[in-house]
Design a binder for this molecule. Structure first.
Ligand code: AMP
Ligand code: MG
Length: 524
């Protein structure tokens, strides 16, 4: 196995001089050197072949013991020095101080085809940032992270990737419901991959400590490697960099809204500076279209991170990043103007994305009303978001001759209780559908052309919450066929895949209130 190791984070940024895992406040340093814990019986459960290719691993590499050792922390590659990053963050709207990589250990940076990648193990043991926890991860949360990172990538959503999912062979104690019933679970390790794992909180920690020197060093480093079109050390450069982070974040969140992804813990320590979806914890997928829904039981009270609030939270998080950058820029007016642009741009980008979902190419004034009416109707009775939009592409411009039949022909499968679509609810749907058909008649595309376009933005298959749970239940028993099947299915989420049609269906009733399917905690 020959990796092109090219560490820059540890070479160019200040290190914590202490190298034990003793929990502590780490000051004036961006990271601490740590060693992954040696797993007692490591074994690979799944590898993402596309990621191995992206990174330049050969088939032979992947089969080797060296590879297994690397992705499970059993052995540290020669020439590398693993480390945990120091960062802070706002959790649920409050400054939480130092957080850091508590259960993530960065192995090294490699380059392949002129691209830079950091390899990071999640669940490989303690670091100075582990606080009261153990630095480990369990199988269920690792299956969720591995599958979802890859599903998001193939959906076209900016995301960190997952190279591999392994068992450590160790037992890990977890209290899933925080109700005093802790139990042992299988320990697991995911090897995550991204150009960088720097977060908003990486900048916030130094600003909070008035450590402008380290703040500047980290910002200049980030610009140098990841936003090289901007000049570091200048006010214009920092503003340009911030503006682009704003655009990248906005773009990512529009994608989340498009596919019905709810992150669940949009704390600023979970916001990538590259605008990648990061930290797959208690995330979930909308089944019934419900802007008020969050999968995270820890957030049940305020539902701060509910689906419909993600765009606002993105802006709030960017405001915290802007505050952290003030010491480098010396004033706030231009930062505020950039934040204001998110405020004005988001509704435009959202509307444009919804036009795509509806198969509309022209931009007409009345479209925002059409979208608003649709959002209201989708909530009137539980309606499956994925099924609704996917089946909408089957509508024909000529359907106006028998509106009722045409409406139910495509929409019925998406309603959890089709018998509820009567009276006032049906009247609203009929009126919306007539407006939609009327709107389609103004478009140039034929029905067939429009179907093709719509099927590129409305996925047929997403990682429904209950599907992950089925995979987990099987994996807990040592069966990994379903893991393979779902990983394969989600590589082509926009394709028909008739052999997988059973996954193009509403959530089954048994999953409605089941832990892991509709409710998730941070305990992973
Ligand atoms: P999260 O909300 O999952 O991103 O976690 C917030 C913070 O808690 C981060 O600093 C994590 O590294 C840390 N953390 C979460 N779970 C563990 C764990 N099992 N062991 C150590 N640190 C953890
Ligand atoms: Mg995190």
């Amino acid at each position: 196995m020959r990796l092109v190791i090219e560490d820059t984070f540890t070479k160019e940024l200040p290190a914590d001089p202490i190298t034990t895992t003793e929990r502590r406040q780490v000051e004036k340093a961006c990271f601490s050197y740590v060693t992954p814990r040696i797993p007692s019986a490591p074994s690979l459960l799944h590898i993402s072949k596309e990621v191995t290719e992206t990174l330049g691993f050969s088939e032979e590499d992947v089969q080797s013991k060296e590879f297994l050792d690397m992705v499970t922390g059993a052995n540290v590659q020669e020439g590398t020095s693993p480390y945990a990053m120091c960062y802070g963050g706002h959790q649920f709207g409050h400054w939480a101080g130092q957080l850091g990589d508590g259960r993530a250990i960065n192995l090294t940076e490699i380059t392949h085809n002129n691209k830079r990648w950091t390899l990071q193990l999640k669940g490989a043991g303690e670091t100075p940032y582990s606080r009261t926890a153990d630095g480990l991860a369990v199988l269920r949360s690792s299956v969720r992270e591995h599958l979802c990172s890859e599903a998001m990538f193939h959906l076209g959503v900016p995301t960190t990737r997952s190279l591999s999912l392994s068992l450590s062979g160790d037992q890990v104690l977890r209290d899933v419901l925080y109700d005093g019933n802790a139990a042992y679970e299988k320990g697991a390790i995911v090897c995550r991959v991204a150009p960088s794992f720097i977060r908003f909180g990486s900048f916030e920690i130094f600003a909070s400590r008035q450590d402008t020197e380290t703040l500047k060093t980290l910002t200049d480093y980030t610009i140098k490697y990841f936003y090289p079109q901007y000049e570091s050390g200048t006010k214009e450069g920092y503003l340009g960099f911030f503006n682009e982070v704003v655009q990248n974040t906005l773009n990512m969140i529009v994608h989340w809204q498009r596919v019905g992804f709810v992150h669940g813990v949009m704390n600023t320590d979970n916001m990538s500076i590259l605008g990648l979806t990061i930290d797959y914890g208690p995330y979930g997928w909308l089944e019934g279209y419900e802007p008020g829904w969050t999968p995270n039981t820890t957030d049940r009270q305020n539902k701060r991170y509910r689906y419909g609030n993600q765009p606002q939270i993105g802006l709030w998080n960017l405001l915290q990043l802007a505050n952290a950058l003030v010491p480098l820029i010396g004033e706030t007016a231009q930062l505020e103007a950039i934040l204001q642009s998110y405020h004005t741009e988001y509704p435009k980008k959202y509307l444009s994305m919804m036009r795509d979902k509806l198969g509309l190419q022209l931009a007409l004034e009345t479209d925002s009303q059409l979208v608003a009416d649709l959002e209201k109707n989708l909530q009137a009775s539980e309606t499956d978001m994925t099924l609704f939009f996917r089946n909408l592409s089957q509508v024909s411009k000529n359907d106006s001759t028998n509106v009722k039949d045409a409406f139910f022909a495509f929409a019925k499968a998406a309603f959890y209780k089709p018998e509820e679509i009567i009276g006032a609810i049906y009247t609203r749907w009929e009126s919306w559908f007539q407006n939609y058909l009327q709107r389609l008649s103004q478009e140039r595309l034929t029905d067939v052309e429009r179907t093709v376009q719509m099927n590129k933005v409305n996925p047929k298959y997403v990682l429904r919450n209950y599907i992950s749970q089925l995979v987990i239940d099987e994996a807990e028993k040592g069966n990994y066929e379903l893991l393979n099947e779902i990983h394969t299915l989600l590589k082509n989420p926009y394709d028909e895949q008739p052999e997988h049609e059973r996954w193009f269906a509403k959530r089954p009733e048994w999953a409605r209130h089941k832990v892991g399917c509709s409710m998730l905690s941070c305990s992973s």
